[in-house]
Each structure stands twice: as C-alpha cells, then as structure tokens.
Write a protein that binds this ligand. Structure first.
Ligand SMILES: [Zn+2]
Length: 442
C-alpha cells in the first residue's frame, strides 16, 4: 500500500485503507464442491462414505453427507469413485538434495557440495518442491539444506508468492553440528572443504548460530546430536555424539525463546540422551531406542520422526561390513519404532526424501510404518493431523474440516486396506486450487 506509507493521522489512514479495500477487494472466488466417495478426514477413527466438501476462498467451508443442500452454482469435482484425504505432510524432507541411491550417496554428496553451484542447487530445490506437490504432499518440514545456506527460505518464499508450485513449507536452513560432527570429511587436513551444516564449538557459538539461522528465516533449528554409527566386533551399535549438553541447551533455550522448535538428528547412545536432556522437540530417525528412552520421550512429549524407508534403499551385499551394518541398523530401527508405539510416543511421518531421489515415491514410508506396528489409519494420521500438531498447524492442515486450508488429495482404492495406494495419488488440491487431476474426474 505505497500511497498510505508514512501517513500518521489515524483518521486519514483509515480512510485510505477503506478506499483501498473497496478498490482492490477481488470478487469472491467461485465455490467448489468435491464429492468424495470415501473421506478419510485426518482425525476421525473411521472413514465416511459419500461426503461433500464445500470449498470457498481456499478454505474448507463445510464437510458433510453429499445429499445435503449444497451451494447453487458451485463448480463440482466428482471424486465419488475415489478416496479423499487431507493433503499429506512429510515432516522430514530435503528439497535442496536429490541423492540417487544410498550406495552412491557418499560420492554424490561430495559432488553436490564441491561441484554444484548454488544456482544449480536452487533448480533442484524448485523441482523438488513441485515433486512434493505432485505426490500429494501439500505441507513439508524441510530439515536442512546440506550446504545450500538459506536457499530453502528462498524456495519457501517463491512458493508462497506463487512463483513456483510447491507445498506449504517450514524450513530449518543450515542445521548445526560440532567440529568432527559432519560431512565433508576425510580430505587432507590442509584442504579446506565446505561443510553440510554450520559447525559450532562451545555454547556461545552454538547460541550465535541459532540466532543467525532464526534471523535469516529458520522456522525450525535442526541439530545433529550423533554423527557416525558403527558396529562393535560383538555386533552392537555405537553412535558418536556431537554437541555437548551445554551446547545443545544454549540452542534450545534460544530457539524456544523465539517460540520455535528444535529438531534433533539422533541415532542412539549418549547423543540421543543429551537430545532428550537438552529439551529437543523431535527426535529424527531414532534408530536405537531402549525402553527407558521411549518412556522418557512419552513422558516429555518428544516427537519421533522415524524416517524408515530411506534406510532400505540399495543395501551393500550381505556379509560385507557395510552390508552387515545396514541390515543391523534396519533391524534395530524397526524394533525401536515398535517399542516407541507401545510406549505411546507421538510419531510423525517423515521420509528423509532427498536422501533418496525425489523421483521415487515419498509415500513408500507408509508401508514401513505399517510393517513396524502402525495401523494404516495411524500411519495416515501420522502424515496428516499428527504431523500438523508437530508443526503447530493443527486445524490448518492435515485435516478436512471447516476452516482448514483446502489441501486435499485423492487416490483410487482403499488406503486403509493397502497403504501402497498412497504412492499413486491421482488428485492434488492446494489452497482450493487443483494442481493435478489424473483421476479424470471433473
Ligand atoms: Zn534428513
């Protein structure tokens, strides 16, 4: 409103605002009605048949039986042969990364940091944001750019401004670890190489890094509380801790003071214990969780974002050191999710996509969640209303209810019988606008 800028008289400013409102208020958008053969609304325990969802100005206005009185003249989208769900939420993504397979990951990661300029990385991020939406993920929590600085903030802004298609995003920017606690590594000590995160040592540097990241647009701060994991000769897993408790507390204190939250990458061992002691809000991966740990997580209300599927991409041959480690990691990880569910730990869907290519289905995570003890409905709610709760967006996303963003997806088939149908999302709407409709319904 440039004409109003600098006006100090309240009365005059009010006149200006009123005049502008009259001049610029667009005509109300047409009403849309979606007919849903089956509706899974994100919070209810059961699905409902033959529902109609009324959408106005990008929001859900009402939900109810399809045979009730509906607004006249509405545009009707007939999904009466499909199952409609809230737009899905992936609470652990990396839009700035697109690693092909785990076996290539180490080399590809080095190439990404050493050979891909920021402009190239931003193109990847742009395509990844589109890819998320194509697959029905209308909201994501993007947990660090892996060396691409604050590019995620730029992608988020470009999406919000409508410059590029993409999901609602919460972003973590650079992430934080300690010296010796992140890639790139293994180069000659004389060679300076970039790091995939911001490195800090000591609570003063830790707090400063958190402040910098928050100042530059981080909605979350991500910390790495463990780095390398390996097997002992007896076959037990050990996990290298990174930040000290004192360093982590400086970060959580700062971030919580800003009213934001801290996501902790933690596999197990002392680093994971420090994460819980230091007040982190979500444990990412949580590969090795014992009974005492899950009990503490449940008591503290700490979220678990297990990211199972990424650990099944391209294992090394059985019997090789890497192959043995990968199989042990998957075995321990699955048992940890079962243990966490039994203890009542809050679980949010996260795929770690980017760690595997955005070309592959993000929704493959659902199958793993079900394999390790969740019902299909629990897994779906982990990717809808529960993930929304983690993101502080309850009622806004992850639910089909009055007042929520009109973010909707539809699939053929019944995801409560087979969660794999979620890998083939045929209809995507974000904020009331159809982004994709391969179900042929109109
Ligand atoms: Zn990750």
């Amino acid at each position: 409103m440039p004409k109003c800028r600098g006006w100090v008289l309240v009365t005059v400013s009010l006149v200006c605002r009123t005049a502008l409102a009259e001049a610029t208020t667009p005509p109300s958008e047409p009403v849309t009605v979606i007919r849903a053969g089956t509706l899974i609304d994100g919070t209810s325990a059961a699905s409902r048949k033959n529902q109609a969802i009324v959408i106005r100005d990008g929001r859900v206005e009402s939900v109810g039986p399809a045979d009730r009185a509906l607004p006249a003249g509405a545009q009707v989208i007939d999904l009466s042969g499909a199952t409609v769900l809230p737009g899905l939420i992936d609470a652990h993504t990396h839009v700035m990364v697109d690693l092909a397979t785990a076996s290539e990951a180490s080399e590809a990661y080095e190439d990404m940091l050493l050979k891909e300029g920021l402009a190239h990385r931003v193109v990847r991020g742009t395509l990844a944001a589109r890819r998320a939406l194509e697959q029905g993920f209308t909201t994501i929590r993007d947990l660090d750019t892996e060396g691409a600085g604050y590019a995620d903030v730029g992608i988020q802004r470009a999406v919000d401004e409508g410059l590029i298609p993409g999901p609602h995003m919460q972003v973590a920017t650079r992430a934080i670890s300690s010296t010796g606690g992140y890639e790139l590594e293994g180069f000659a000590p004389e060679v300076a190489v970039p790091k995939g995160v911001q490195i800090v040592d000591g609570p003063v540097e830790a707090r400063k890094a958190a402040r910098e990241q928050l100042e530059n647009g981080a909605n979350w701060v991500k910390v790495y509380m463990t780095h390398h994991s390996s097997l002992t000769p007896s076959g037990a897993m050990v996990h290298q801790p990174t930040l000290t408790l004192e360093e982590l507390k400086a970060i959580t204190d700062e971030v919580h003071g800003w009213g934001r939250k801290v996501a902790c990458h933690a596999y197990g061992g002392p680093g994971l214990q420090r994460a819980l002691e230091g007040g982190c809000d979500s444990i990412e991966h949580g590969i090795e969780l014992d009974d005492a740990t899950v009990a503490r997580m449940a008591k503290q209300g700490t979220w678990l974002c297990p990211t199972m599927a990424v650990y099944y991409v391209a294992w090394a041959p059985e019997g090789t050191p890497a192959g043995r480690y990968q199989r042990k990691r998957a075995e321990v990880h699955g048992a940890s999710l079962r243990r966490a569910l039994k203890a009542g730990v809050k679980v949010a869907f996260g795929s770690d996509v980017g760690g595997f290519s955005w070309r592959f289905p993000i929704a493959q995570e659902f199958s793993r969640m079900v394999e390790f003890g969740m019902t299909p409905m629990q897994a779906i709610q982990a990717a809808t209303s529960r993930a929304a709760e983690l993101l502080g967006m309850s009622g806004q996303v992850g639910v089909v209810a009055p007042g929520a963003h009109a973010d909707l997806v539809a699939v053929e088939g019944d995801p409560l019988r087979d969660v794999k149908v979620l890998e083939r999302v045929g209809f995507v709407m974000k904020d009331g606008k159809v982004f994709r409709n391969a179900l042929g319904a109109r």
